[in-house]
Design a protein around this ligand. Structure first.
Ligand SMILES: Cc1cc2nc3c(=O)[nH]c(=O)nc-3n(C[C@H](O)[C@H](O)[C@H](O)COP(=O)(O)OP(=O)(O)OC[C@H]3O[C@@H](n4cnc5c(N)ncnc54)[C@H](O)[C@@H]3O)c2cc1C
Length: 232
């Protein structure tokens, strides 16, 4: 890892001085879980744009830092925060709550929820279409996110719809060569280069003709059938 102060300086260049937290007391709401999980992080970074997440990820990969993605930190599994202090490398928590746009597509049949978008805002946004979010959960009222819900398979008691689930996503990963890559499985034509894809998505720079209507699912439409099948 680079010199710590140099790294913090570079993170500040990406997100601005006000969106990086390094003080112990300031980090606590992000480094401590609601029920489980508590541990040190080098910094909490709060990007305001998708492209900023990409730049932070690049910096973390270059410096072999542990990346911990976090939305509202209401998860009850310990997955949203460090857990203990015996990691082999330093941790950066990327909190996505500033990136909260919800883009309604296909005349209200689908939405694209950016990383920190909330179930609460989704409920409001869908009202005019006469629709409800897939999940209305206990933590909707305290800011739980759409993406955190998919990661945690939240909303498990919804027998008709099952836990939150999707086959449509835009995500970054580190490949076998140790390189960061952006994978577009949103079924939406957004370009080819990561920066272009992220900018086009953020700016809603796409039209209905860019939407690929495949048979990928954004919820488990067989859940109710499977959960009731007592002969399997
Ligand atoms: C009072 C209360 C009531 C609750 N009620 C319910 C309930 O009724 N039903 C239910 O199912 N759960 C419930 N929960 C649990 C929790 O709210 C849900 O799991 C919720 O979906 C988590 O959303 P979040 O935005 O807080 O995600 P976080 O806690 O921030 O993150 C959850 C997981 O997603 C990962 N993650 C987040 N963003 C990204 C990203 N961009 N990329 C990759 N990984 C990411 C995190 O690393 C973490 O592992 C409740 C919790 C509380 C505190």
């Amino acid at each position: 890892m680079k010199d710590k102060s140099k790294l913090i300086f570079e993170l500040k260049k990406i997100v601005g001085d006000n969106n990086i937290i390094t003080s112990e007391w300031g980090k606590e709401p992000f480094s401590k879980g609601w029920r489980y999980g508590d541990g040190n992080a080098l910094a909490v970074v709060k990007p305001g744009k998708l492209i900023e997440i990409w730049k932070i990820l690049k910096l973390c990969v270059e410096n072999e830092l542990i990346i911990l993605m976090q939305a509202a930190n209401t998860g009850l599994t310990g997955g949203s925060t460090p857990n203990g202090n015996d990691y082999d490398r330093q941790i950066i928590i990327i909190n996505t709550t500033r990136i909260n746009d919800i883009q309604v597509i296909n005349n209200g049949k689908q939405v694209i929820g950016l990383a920190g978008s909330t179930l609460y805002d989704l409920e409001k946004k869908l009202e005019k279409y006469g629709r409800d979010p897939h999940s209305v959960i206990g933590s909707t009222s305290i800011g739980a996110s759409i993406v955190g819900g998919v990661c945690n398979n939240s909303g498990g008691s919804l027998v008709q719809r099952g836990p939150a689930f999707t086959q449509l996503a835009l995500y970054a990963r580190v490949n076998k060569k140790g390189e960061l890559e952006l994978i577009n499985e949103l079924d939406l034509e957004l370009g080819s280069k990561p920066e272009e894809i992220l900018q086009n998505l953020e700016d809603k720079n796409y039209t209905n003709t860019d939407i690929i209507n495949s048979d990928k699912l954004a919820s488990d439409n067989k859940y109710s059938e499977i959960v009731r099948n007592i002969n399997s």
